[in-house]
Ligand binder design. Structure first.
Ligand code: PMV
Length: 340
């Protein structure tokens, strides 16, 4: 088998209803989430990954050759993709060249777009897929489950628009596959990505969520109440009810952060500016500029709003001391594959 050169593009996504924690007792390699999640895929914020045959394994991210843990994770994922492509021999060496059009490892979901793009590129290079059809193409579901094994949120980046990932109950994770629930043109929403810090985040999400599972007294309540949030959000999204969607989105975010804060030792992903931005969003809302906040395992704040109010709200948030940048992002497209 010769490896074909392939290029994949996958867009990042932000969960409007969050996942945090892996399923109890499940095989860690399957990376099964304890709760489902619902996300918006982001236009502009994306990873572009090329895979080529080479004389040794090499991983180049944003023009820098990486070794150690990031490279180990990438090549372990390629091994999985190689086995799943049905090749009995050992995987030939590969060069992975990836460009993140977003800040890497800063709580802006670079692992989502990164593992989704790697999964799609490997599927092309190893002959598991020669093309990716539209949102209904069943290959996307197969690749979503494989991407999940690299990073939970990556399972959602196979599709554009709005995507739901159910936790499922099958012990092999066969029903833990993301699926598109609304296309990107369903609703002209914007997500304002408010950058409150520069550089990589302090605590990686995988370790963080495992300590929450083991030590946070709020973790069981988090797991138990999540399905209702998912259903409420899916319905609000279908009916284009922004205030309802915003309310459940904020609730899911603060419930996750409460669970994080009650972890031992505590997980505090926000900085002072994050809190000032949250307060500024709430103040603006009282004054008729309607935005709702969410944030992940990092200090940045994302604000969901109607596209018609995005420019004005972005201007207000850019003026909060400590804010570096505000990016207004629309719902993004499906992941794509090119054989080179
Ligand atoms: O599986 P990871 O490392 O991509 O974890 C993502 C966890 C959150 O971003 C906090 C929530 C989510 O559902 O994206």
């Amino acid at each position: 088998m010769t490896i074909r050169s392939a290029r994949a593009t996958a867009h990042s996504n932000i969960a409007l209803v969050k996942y945090w924690g892996k399923r109890d007792g499940a095989d860690p390699a399957l990376n099964l989430p304890a709760v489902g999640s619902l996300s918006m895929t982001l236009d502009e914020l994306r990873s572009v990954t090329e895979l080529h045959a080479d004389t040794a394994d090499r991983f180049v991210l944003d023009d820098v050759m990486l070794t150690g843990k990031p490279a180990t994770k990438v090549f372990a994922h390629l091994d999985l993709m190689w086995r799943r492509s049905g090749w009995p021999s050992a995987r030939p060496p590969c060069r992975v060249v990836s460009t993140n059009h977003l800040p890497t490892a800063a709580g802006l979901a670079s692992s989502a777009s990164g593992f989704a793009a790697l999964t799609v590129a490997a599927a092309g290079a190893f002959g598991l897929a020669t093309k990716l059809g539209d949102a209904n193409d069943p290959v996307r579901g197969v690749l979503s489950a494989l991407a999940r094994q690299g990073s939970g949120s990556a399972a959602r980046s196979l599709w554009g628009g709005f995507v739901r990932l159910d936790a499922g109950s099958d012990d092999q994770g066969r029903d833990c596959i993301a699926r598109p629930i609304q296309p990107r043109d369903h609703w002209p929403l914007k997500l304002l990505v408010v950058h409150t810090a520069r550089g990589a985040k302090a605590i990686a999400s995988t370790g963080g969520m495992e300590s929450s599972r083991l030590t946070s007294p709020y973790y069981p309540a988090w797991v138990e109440t999540s399905p209702a949030d998912l259903d409420a959000a899916e319905q609000a999204l279908a009916q284009r009810q922004l205030a309802l969607l915003g309310e459940v989105m904020e609730h899911s975010c603060f419930k996750m952060h409460a669970c994080m804060l009650a972890t031992r030792p505590p997980l505090v992903y926000w900085n002072g500016t994050s809190l000032e931005v949250i307060r500024a969003v709430w103040l603006a809302r009282e004054r008729g500029l309607a935005g709702w906040v969410t944030s992940d395992a990092g200090p940045h704040v994302k604000v969901l709003c109607d596209a018609g109010q995005a420019t004005e709200l972005a201007r207000v948030l850019a003026a909060v001391p400590g804010v570096h940048e505000v990016q207004a992002v629309a719902p993004g497209p499906d992941a794509s594959l090119e054989l080179l």
